[in-house]
Design a protein around this ligand. Structure first.
Ligand code: AMP
Ligand code: MG
Length: 397
């Protein structure tokens, strides 16, 4: 079975899903409900933007050709109105930011750059055609695509929809994602566990991660480490658009998830990735549905979702592009790790984003440390030693 470096594994997920996904169904939602959804139709400019040449400064609109450094102020134009008349040579119209540039004028001189005396302004600045003017249609020409189909809608996209008067937004139906936690020791969150039992925190964190990726999570009952019961629940999970399993994919005697999936005819694209936490990650397809077998330790489940399953949910939701937010920052302290695997460790990114400090932890079961971190330090498989001040990769959370 295939073992991949983490970027190869991610590439494999993207390729398999892009090759197999269909077009999701479409619904219309109001603009107020559109944030977080994915556009099912491109959005086009309903008119030129800006619709008229517009001043981008408070100042004076003049005709640049023949301008001698002085002009007579013949009127004023504010945002929300249009100047009647034309600006001639040697004339100026006082203009506010956002106001349409009067006919005859082709440059704006900033108010900070003029001396005014009575109805005359003078400036020592050179004035050229186009100064401080956004020409008509310079941001978008009428009919141009301003948002492509498949774009996830955030606050800037909401502004573009609102600007063009789209009040009913066609969006793709959210992919329904089944979450199936496995393990005899796992009990519902409401339960009072025995000391040897653990509440099902993975299903809860995964549900939030699925929602953040634009999917609709559905939490199934916990599967015990028993073949028939697990098989029944996996079959139920395969009626959804994507199945996320947690636990049961390591090498232990009762890690039966892969065997159950095989019995259902599953194809595995990989079942090991050179990362920690999350090394025994499984990705495959059965009965036309993709599944991930995420290792059960909370850090493993969270990290493998972020790196691999998140993109799967986003693509199944019709998104035209996805990205993995790994950036560079600087280490706050010396740091070393055992090379060979790419490591994702809980860390704190400073408020200004320039410093990253590892958060001490007890390993991938340590939810307390993860909850007190705000990012993942990414330690390269081929670099053992890092010094304070070195560049280091960080996965944004
Ligand atoms: P596994 O991958 O099944 O070997 O699980 C590894 C460890 O992860 C288990 O011993 C539990 O401590 C923990 N774990 C597994 N499933 C969950 C879950 N749903 N919620 C919280 N912790 C879990
Ligand atoms: Mg288990």
């Amino acid at each position: 079975m295939a073992t991949y470096h983490f970027l190869e594994a991610r590439q494999c997920v993207l390729e398999q899903i892009l090759a197999a996904r269909g077009v999701p169904g479409v619904e219309k939602v109001s603009l107020a409900d559109a944030a977080g959804r994915v556009l099912a139709e491109p959005v086009c400019a309903d008119r030129d933007y800006p619709p008229l040449a517009r001043s981008i400064r408070d100042g004076f609109a003049v005709r640049a050709s023949g301008f001698t450094g002085s002009a007579r102020v013949v009127g004023e134009v504010r945002a929300g109105e249009q100047f009647r008349g034309e600006v001639g040579e040697g004339e100026a119209v006082e203009i506010m930011t956002g106001a349409p540039v009067p006919d005859g004028a082709d440059a704006v001189i900033m108010v900070e750059h003029v001396e005014r005396s009575g109805d005359r302004i003078t400036t020592t600045r050179k004035v050229s055609p186009g100064d401080f003017i956004n020409p008509r249609g310079s941001e978008a020409a009428r009919g141009a695509v301003i948002l492509p189909r498949g774009k996830r809608i955030g606050f800037a996209e909401i502004a573009a929809l609102a600007m063009t008067g789209v009040t009913e937004v066609p969006v793709y139906l959210k992919p329904r994602v089944a979450i199936l936690a496995t393990g005899d020791e796992i009990v519902p969150v409401e339960a009072v566990p025995h000391e040897y039992q653990i509440r099902n925190s993975n299903a809860c964190s995964l549900a939030v991660q699925v929602q953040n990726a634009g999917g609709e999570p559905v939490i199934l009952p916990v599967a015990p480490d028993e073949f028939e019961a697990t098989r029944k629940l996996i079959e139920q999970g395969l009626t959804f658009d994507l199945l996320l399993l947690s636990g049961g994919v390591s090498a232990g005697k009762y890690d039966i998830v892969e065997r159950v999936l095989l019995s259902l005819g599953a194809k595995f694209y990989f079942d090991r990735v050179l990362i920690q936490p999350g090394q025994p990650l499984v990705f495959g397809r059965v009965q036309g549905r993709f599944f991930f077998g995420l290792p059960g330790n909370p850090a493993s489940t969270m990290v493998t979702f972020e790196i691999f399953a998140k993109a799967a949910v986003e693509l199944l939701g019709g998104q035209c592009s996805v990205n993995l937010p790994i950036l560079y920052t600087r280490l706050a302290t010396d740091f070393r790790h055992k090379p060979g695997l790419t490591r994702f460790l809980p860390a704190r990114l400073s408020e200004d984003g320039t410093q990253l400090a590892p958060v001490p932890w007890q390993g991938s079961s340590d939810v307390v440390a993860i909850a007190n971190a705000n990012a993942w330090l990414v330690a390269k498989a081929d670099q053992e030693e890092y010094r304070a001040g070195d560049w280091i990769q960080v996965l944004i959370r």
